[in-house]
Design a binder for this molecule. Structure first.
Ligand SMILES: N[C@H](CCC[C@H](N)C(=O)O)C(=O)O
Length: 308
């Protein structure tokens, strides 16, 4: 005797109920050297599908998905292929994200089923950014020109070398640091140490010192801060305390700012490997066009959907 088929249709599962009763946001989690992002397909609108308040919850590593930020792939602006917007894990919106734009390039290729090398024009808060997927899957990004005028960083520190802030003194919690300020569309304070002391970056207590730089009165829009050790004229090691995200494993715009600062302070050549806790980035501040180029990886980690 066969097993009786169920007499009534199965009751809707909890998943069916979630899908029908609330908005479900599909996402892909990506990371670039451990700097990780929730990637959202927002190609149908220039209005982010997630609010800054929702981004804070989604980025929480215990109560949410967990990430350093949320990145939106949006329709192009002024003739670009796409627009990128990003919310930091504290809900603030920065102008640009270097590791994020590498993830952005791979995410687009997935969405559009592109294969092989591919170059995109992306409108961002830092202007036109051009990521290109290489044959080996690494992404090379034209990050544009560094911005050095104090008022454009922005910083209240006065220019002291060729219209830039180079190896200037900044007192943080009673300690005098030497800093160089560079914007890659977003503000960066770069330090190689204090007046007399060379930095051992692995010994820094970032959680203590990072916020004191981030919220320093000399940075009206707050700042990202890079702490750098020079191994050679083409090999730098850095740790970073990011504006709006805290200590991260890597910062792409920060690595670009570090090479610019290292050249301005005379520590390095224009082409360097920048070693971050999450891995290395190849950075070049090209003399011919004054653009900074960054090359590094980006990988999908997992796929999911979340009720909003
Ligand atoms: N926290 C940064 C944005 C992300 C930058 C970083 N993750 C990168 O890879 O460039 C800011 O508020 O300027």
């Amino acid at each position: 005797m066969g097993v009786e088929a169920p007499s009534k249709s199965p009751t809707p599962s909890f998943l069916d109920r979630i899908q029908s009763e609330s908005r479900i946001l599909p996402f892909v989690k990506y990371q670039g050297l451990g700097n990780d992002f929730i990637m959202v397909d927002n190609r149908d609108s220039l209005e982010p599908k997630v609010s800054p308040e929702q981004a804070i919850k989604l980025c929480d590593r215990n109560f949410g998905i967990g990430a350093d930020g949320v990145i939106f792939v949006m329709p192009g602006t002024d003739g670009t292929d796409y627009t990128m917007r990003i919310f930091n894990s504290d809900g603030s919106e920065p102008e640009m994200c270097g590791n994020g734009v590498r993830c952005f390039a791979h995410f687009i290729s997935e969405l559009e089923n592109f294969r092989g090398t591919r170059r995109f024009t992306v409108h961002t808060g830092a202007g036109l950014i051009i990521p290109e997927i290489q044959n080996d899957g690494q992404v090379k990004v034209d990050m544009g020109q560094p911005i050095l005028a104090p008022q454009d960083i922005p910083t209240k520190l006065p220019a002291n070398k060729g219209g830039a802030v180079v190896k200037a003194e900044l007192v943080v919690d009673g300690v005098t640091w030497n800093v160089t300020c560079v914007s890659m569309g977003n503000p960066h304070c770069v330090t190689f140490g204090m007046r007399s002391q060379v930095l051992q970056v692995d010994e820094l207590k970032l959680e203590q010192i990072g916020p004191k730089f981030e919220y320093h009165e000399m940075f009206p829009s707050r700042t990202n801060t890079a702490f750098v050790q020079v191994f050679s004229r083409s090999h730098l090691k850095m740790r970073v305390w990011e504006r709006g995200a805290g200590a991260t494993l890597a910062c792409g715009t920060g690595a670009c700012a570090v090479v610019v600062a290292a050249v301005l302070e005379g520590h390095a050549e224009r082409k360097c490997v920048v070693e971050l806790p999450g891995g290395p980035l190849q950075i070049e501040w090209r003399e011919e066009d004054n653009h900074v180029y960054m090359t590094g990886p980006a990988e999908a980690v997992f796929y999911g959907s979340v009720p909003l």
